[in-house]
Design a protein around this ligand. Structure first.
Ligand code: ADP
Length: 402
């Protein structure tokens, strides 16, 4: 099967074309950025090593989808003789409310759920829908499948997803924990189980997805039991630019003393906080903050310490929530690449049974690997995530079973 994966954001369109029958080979991928704003550009490469990078004229997602698919059949850069070779399109979708708990073929009913989900994910769902409609226009007749970030967490029990608020806010206004990064947590936990060799149904796993956004998930028997992100991706550990957990009274207090509107407060918490806010060097990238800390910047060293400490606290909490543990997984940009961060998160946890093999931890690799010592009570793994591939696999499964 040839599957096209689309991730449509507010001003970007990411696409990857897979040949699932040829060992899930990536035939081509690309990214169109700054859609609808000045300086729109596109990067594209194919499996033959041919690359394109330049400014492009794309005003909206539909034009972006058209350009992407034109490239796939282009005489110079193309990898398909005709777009009819595409068997299905998998879309990354952020919010499925409580209505969608697995990857699903997109119908009018599914689109209605996406629109409802826009109430809770106003920055994502509308763009995801535009991406789907663009594909319907440009590739008519090709089935679209939605793969939802929230779906994997639909197995959480009420004790994990309900907040201590008036119950009517849940029943009438859908205020509850939904969780995000579900595709990634699910994907890396499946690989962890494969490496471990025991069936996923018998395993307790904590997955730490530490990228620009970051979340931690407790998984038992292959099912999400709890996760750190909540109604929105703002809750949980500290992130690149998001505050993560805080006393909710701070929000009210700061709005009052700084005379901020809800929109301004939202911007402060989502875009100006996290390690960006704490480090004071104007970067949310952990590489910059690690570099500054290594050169003696104390505020950056402190920001890294806080970042790691918050992750450590979640690991402790989820160890208790799961009643024990088998595997701890690190994934995404920082989780996969920063040995310093992993060592810092696990420092002082030997007594609890986490024994990091420091040599293995320092090895740089793009392969999944175990970084704990043989006598560690829990296996510690680094597993590169691949959300695009996970979406392609889910899309293939949905199409094969329908
Ligand atoms: P996203 O969350 O946007 O999908 P990634 O998962 O690729 O992004 O994570 C990107 C982040 O990972 C960067 O902003 C940076 O903080 C972190 N990162 C990537 N490589 C390294 C590295 N070698 N050392 C430390 N942090 C890294």
């Amino acid at each position: 099967m040839i599957i096209l994966v689309i991730n449509a954001g507010s001003s970007s369109l990411k696409f990857t074309l897979y040949d699932m029958d040829d060992n899930k080979k990536v035939l081509a991928n690309g990214l169109i950025e700054r859609i609808g704003i000045e300086g729109t550009s596109m990067k594209y490469s194919n499996f033959k090593g041919e690359k394109f990078q330049d400014k492009v004229d794309v005003k909206n997602a539909r034009e972006g989808t058209k350009l992407a698919t034109d490239f796939l059949v282009d005489s110079k850069y193309g990898v398909l003789s005709s777009l009819e070779a595409i068997n299905g399109i998998g879309h990354r979708i952020v919010h499925g409310m409580e209505k969608i708990s697995e990857p699903i073929r997109v119908t009018e009913k599914v689109k209605e759920v996406l629109k409802e989900g826009a109430l809770l994910a106003p920055l994502h769902n509308p763009h995801n829908l535009v991406g789907i409609e663009a594909c319907e226009a440009v590739l008519p007749g090709v089935p679209n499948v939605g793969v939802f970030d929230t779906a994997f967490h639909s197995t959480m029990p009420p004790r994990a997803y309900l907040y201590g608020l008036p119950y009517s806010l849940y029943t009438e206004d859908h205020i509850r924990r939904y969780g995000f990064h579900g595709t990634s947590h699910h994907y890396v936990s499946k690989i962890a189980a494969q490496i471990d060799g025991r069936p996923a149904s018998s395993l307790r796993i904590i997955t730490c997805h530490l990228g620009n956004g970051a979340s931690i998930t407790a998984i038992k028997g292959g099912k999400s039991q709890d996760t750190s992100m909540g109604l929105t991706p703002l809750e949980g550990v500290i992130m690149g630019t998001r505050s993560g957990d805080l006393d909710p009274a701070i929000v009210i207090h700061v709005m009052e003393i700084k005379n901020k509107t809800p929109k301004e407060m939202d911007n402060l918490l989502n875009k100006q906080s996290g390690v960006l806010g704490l480090s004071g060097i104007g970067s949310s990238d952990l590489r910059d903050i690690e570099e500054a800390a290594n050169k003696g910047n104390q505020q950056c060293a402190q920001a890294l310490d806080i970042y790691a400490y918050r992750i450590k606290k979640y690991i402790g909490a989820y160890l208790a929530a799961l009643g024990g543990l088998d595997i701890l997984v690190f994934t995404a940009g920082a989780g996969e690449n920063s040995s310093t961060l992993r060592a810092s998160v696990l420092s002082g946890l030997d007594g609890l049974g986490f024994k990091l093999d420091t040599e293995k931890n320092d090895v740089r690799s793009s392969e999944p690997r175990v970084i704990s010592t043989p006598d560690s009570l829990y296996k510690i793994m680094v597993i590169p995530t691949n959300e695009e591939l996970a979406i392609a696999e889910s899309t293939e499964q949905v199409l094969k079973s329908s």
